[in-house]
Design a protein around this ligand. Structure first.
Ligand code: KG4
Ligand code: ZN
Length: 333
């Protein structure tokens, strides 16, 4: 089975080909960074127009490089939400057109499910597994029981972890996108220098909160000098990573009790590209006797390979969508 995946829900225009031997037959990501940087964030209208400009060429290129035509496909999958609706519309409409013209099946993929299932493409991950899903818009702890079967144990009560990175980076003048910039700035910094708040740490449950961190970073900056930037970045990163580790440790404890057959802790989403976060989570997994699985960073941030793979997982279970599928700006797992 060969699946073409399309991702257009935020600021990456991407297409990829994945088959049922778990081989990635092609992948391309065109980032719109330069177009959004001057605005300090993603502008939905600008993103939608850029997807429209880029997507045809990206799809054509990925097919050509793989030496394949639409006739070789079995399934066309596109992110159907959640995300910026203008972009999702472009991707879904393109996928439907290809499916219709080539007589192939169509799958509308939930972007969160695509992140959630990526580890099953890159590693031997079996259901059920514990998942920390940390991206720019989401911060959740879930048990993945199967395709389309999720139990949410925790979520953020305010900002997502990626937002905490992005907002801290913005306050520090590191520009956009904030996560990778903050990680780079933190490299030479002392993470213990500024005692920033670890909201929720030690509290019951598995929920997250990051809004206090933003306020504390702002206050710290007012007192600090320009030469303190690496220490501030490292301290912010440490505060975020510690909260993620604490909440995940609670979930891991519960997971090992309630799901004795479960053996793996998986991290997914853009923030999973962060080395400090990965190291903290690896330690949590080891402490609770779980294997830690993190996809390679390029498959943690938005990409179409994960969409093609989620489409393939759904197709194997005959979970197809009709061409009347309507894009969903909001679509909880
Ligand atoms: O999954 P993703 O690419 O898009 C969404 O679905 O949101 O996640 C983007 C988020 C952004 O907030 C970005 O700053 C963050 O992931 N991110 C990182 C890193 N790379 C991306 N955060 C921390 N460290 C990184 N290396
Ligand atoms: Zn994402």
């Amino acid at each position: 089975m060969l699946v073409l995946g399309i991702e257009t829900s935020c600021d990456e225009t991407a297409a990829a080909l994945v088959d049922d031997t778990r081989a990635i037959r092609g992948e391309l990501v065109a980032s719109q960074l330069d177009e959004h940087r001057k605005f300090g964030g993603v502008v939905p209208e600008v993103a939608a127009r850029a997807h429209l400009d880029l997507l045809d060429a990206i799809v054509r290129e990925v097919m050509q490089r793989a030496g394949l035509t639409f006739a070789d496909l079995d399934v066309v999958a596109a992110t159907g939400g959640p995300g910026l609706i203008g972009g999702v519309l472009v991707g879904v409409t393109t996928a439907k057109a290809i499916a219709l013209a080539a007589g192939k099946k169509f799958v509308a993929v939930n972007h969160l499910e695509a992140h959630a299932l990526t580890a099953r493409l890159t590693d031997d991950v079996q259901f059920p597994y514990l998942l920390l899903l940390v991206s720019g818009g989401h911060c959740q702890l879930l048990v993945v029981e199967g395709v389309g079967q999720y139990r949410r144990w925790g979520t953020t009560i305010d900002d997502a972890a990626g937002e905490a990175f992005d907002k801290s980076a913005k306050l520090l003048g590191l520009g956009y996108p904030g996560g990778p910039a903050l990680e780079a700035a933190a490299k030479l910094g002392d993470p213990t220098r500024f005692p920033l708040p670890r909201s929720m740490v030690g509290k019951p449950g598995c929920d997250f909160s990051f809004s206090g961190l933003k306020t504390a970073v702002r206050t710290a900056i007012e007192k600090a000098g320009a030469h303190d930037l690496p220490d501030l970045a490292a301290s912010a990163q440490a505060a975020i990573a510690e909260q993620l580790a604490d909440r995940t440790a609670r979930a891991a404890k519960r997971f090992t009790q309630e799901y004795p057959a479960g053996k793996q802790l998986v991290v997914a989403g853009g923030v999973a590209a962060n080395a400090t976060v990965r190291a903290r989570l690896a330690a949590v997994a080891a402490k609770h006797g779980l294997d830690f699985v993190a996809p390679p960073p390029r498959l943690c941030t938005d990409n179409a390979t994960m969409v093609a793979w989620a489409g393939l997982e759904r197709a194997r279970l005959n979970m197809f969508d009709g061409l009347d599928f309507a894009p969903r700006p909001r679509w909880p797992l």
